[in-house]
Design a protein around this ligand. Structure first.
Ligand code: FAD
Length: 409
C-alpha cells in the first residue's frame, strides 16, 4: 500500500541533484499541489554532472548550461530551494529532518536523493596538494586552475570519469598517464572488445595507459611530484583520482532504514518506511532481471525520481526500466543499454577499425545488452529490443547488409 500525499502534506527532498530536480518536475506534473522543500549541501541549484568530465572541463560548455532548470523554475513551482545546507538527521517518529544550520523541517513524505560521494584513495601521500577528484562544479573549478598544456597528469582509475578526463587532457596538450589496477579499462562496465578498442584509442592519442598497475603511493613534499606504482616512480604535476564512489546513505542508515550497498527501495522507490522514498545513485534496487544493484547514471536518477513522485501522489508504477549510459572520449560516443553478464554470447556488428561498431550481448537468444560506438541507430534499436526482451539471431546481428531496424527477421 502506498501512502497518498494529501495536499495539506509537504514533501521534503534531501539532495538538490539530478534526481531531486526531476522529482520536483514530476511531482508537479503528477498534480501534487502541496509545498515542496529541497535541501542541498552544494552552493548551487541542481545541475547535470556528465559535462563536468567532458565538454565543461574542455571549456566548450558554458557553466549556465549545466543547470537543469533556471532558479525561477523552483520559485514558480512553489519549491523552496535551500542550498549550502545538509540534512544531518531524519527523525522518523516526529517526521522531521534536522538541518546543519540548526533548523528542523517537518515532512509529510520524504524523498532521499543524496547521490554518492567520491571514494578517497588510501595510500601514502594521498593528502598531498595537487591530488584532485571530480564530482562537482567546485571540483572542476579547482582542477581547471592547474590543467595547463605541458603538465604531467596522472589519472588513477581507468573507469568512465578517469578516461574522459584523460581524453580532455590529451586534447589539451597535457602529458597523460592512466593507472588502472584491473587488467583492462572500464572492466566493470564494458566488454573486452570495447575495453580493447578504447585502450587503443587512448594510446593513439598519446596517453600512456598502464593496466594491471595498482598505485602504491604518491611522492612529494607538500605537492605531489610523482606516482609510485609497480615499484617505479612516474613523475606527475597533477593527479586525478577516479576510483569509484560511496552511496550517501548514512542519514538513512542512522534513521533505521534498510541499507545495503545503498538505500534499499522497492519497485516503487519506497524505503522500509512508507513515508520515505529514495531515488538515484544512493539507492539499492532490484533491476528488471531480478538482480539487486546500485546504478550510477542519469537514466536511473531520472526514472527513479519519476517513479518515486508517482508513488508519492498515489499513482504507483513498478520500476522496470532498461538501464542506459554513455561516455564521450575524443570523437568516440559510447552508448550502452542493458546490463551484460559473464556467460552472455557476445556478437560484434561492424568493424572497430572504422571507429563505428556495436557489441551485442545475447542471453539464451534474447538481447540483453548493447554497447555502440558512434552507431546511435544500433544503440536505439538495441535498447528497444532489450525492453521488448526480443529474440535475435546472432547471424543477423553480424550481417551489416541487414539494416539494424530489420534485424529481428
Ligand atoms: P547527484 O546528482 O549527485 O545529487 C545528489 C546531491 O545531494 C548532491 O548535490 C549532494 O551533494 C547532495 N547531498 C548529499 N547528501 C546530502 C545531505 N545530507 N543533505 C543535503 N544534500 C546532500 N551518468 C551518465 O549516465 N552518463 C554520464 O556520462 C555521466 N557522466 C558523469 C560525469 C561525472 C564527472 C560525474 C560525477 C557523474 C557522471 N554521471 C554520468 C553520473 C550522474 O551524474 C549521476 O548518476 C547523477 O548525477 C545521479 O543523480 P543523483 O540525483 O542521484 O545524485
Amino acid at each position: 500500500m502506498i501512502a497518498r500525499a494529501t495536499m495539506s502534506q509537504n514533501i521534503v527532498i534531501i539532495g538538490a541533484g539530478q534526481a531531486g530536480a526531476q522529482a520536483v518536475i514530476s511531482l508537479r506534473a503528477e498534480g501534487f499541489t502541496g509545498p515542496i522543500t529541497m535541501v542541498g549541501d552544494e552552493a548551487y541549484a541542481p545541475y547535470q554532472r556528465p559535462p563536468l568530465s567532458k565538454a565543461y572541463l574542455m571549456g566548450t560548455f558554458e557553466r549556465a548550461r549545466l543547470f537543469l532548470k533556471p532558479d525561477s523554475f523552483y520559485r514558480d513551482n512553489d519549491c523552496e530551494l535551500i542550498v549550502n545546507t545538509s540534512v544531518t538527521a531524519i527523525d522518523r517518529a516526529a517526521k522531521m529532518v534536522k538541518l546543519s544550520d540548526g533548523r528542523t523541517l517537518p515532512y509529510g513524505q520524504l524523498l532521499i536523493a543524496t547521490g554518492t560521494r567520491v571514494r578517497p584513495i588510501q595510500c601514502p601521500g594521498a593528502d598531498l596538494s595537487g591530488i584532485f577528484y571530480l564530482r562537482s562544479i567546485a571540483d572542476v573549478d579547482m582542477l581547471q586552475a592547474v590543467f595547463h598544456t605541458g603538465k604531467k597528469l596522472a589519472v588513477i582509475g581507468g573507469g568512465f570519469i578517469g578516461l574522459e578526463v584523460a581524453a580532455v587532457a590529451a586534447k589539451h596538450g597535457l602529458e597523460v598517464t592512466v593507472f588502472e589496477a584491473m587488467e583492462r579499462v572500464m572492466a566493470r562496465a564494458v566488454s573486452k572488445q570495447v575495453s580493447d578498442f578504447f585502450e587503443s584509442a587512448h594510446r593513439a592519442a598519446g596517453v600512456t595507459l598502464l593496466t594491471g598497475t595498482g598505485v602504491e603511493g604518491f611522492e612529494g613534499k607538500d605537492s605531489v611530484t610523482g606516482v609510485r606504482a609497480g615499484g617505479k616512480v612516474y613523475p606527475a604535476d597533477i593527479v586525478l583520482v577516479g576510483i569509484g564512489v560511496h552511496a550517501n546513505m548514512e542519514i538513512a542508515a542512522k534513521a533505521g532504514l534498510e541499507c545495503k550497498n545503498g538505500i534499499e527501495v522497492d519497485k516503487f522507490c519506497m524505503t522500509s518506511d512508507r513515508a520515505i522514498f529514495a531515488a538515484g545513485d544512493c539507492t539499492f534496487h532490484e533491476g528488471r532481471d531480478g538482480d539487486w544493484m546500485r546504478l550510477e547514471s542519469v537514466q536511473n536518477a531520472i526514472d527513479q525520481a519519476k517513479h518515486a513522485a508517482a508513488a508519492m501522489v498515489g499513482k504507483p508504477k513498478p520500476y522496470n526500466e532498461v538501464p542506459w549510459f554513455w561516455s564521450d572520449q575524443y570523437d568516440l560516443k559510447l552508448q550502452i543499454a542493458g546490463l551484460a553478464k559473464p556467460g552472455d554470447e557476445v556478437v560484434v556488428r561492424g568493424d572497430p577499425v572504422s571507429r563505428k561498431f556495436s557489441v551485442f550481448h545475447l542471453r539464451d537468444g534474447v538481447l540483453a545488452a548493447v554497447e555502440s560506438i558512434n552507431t546511435p541507430a544500433d544503440y536505439l534499436v538495441g535498447r528497444k529490443l532489450i525492453a521488448e526482451r526480443a529474440q535475435v539471431a546472432a547471424a543477423r546481428l553480424t550481417d551489416t547488409a541487414i539494416p539494424i531496424k530489420n534485424v529481428v527477421g
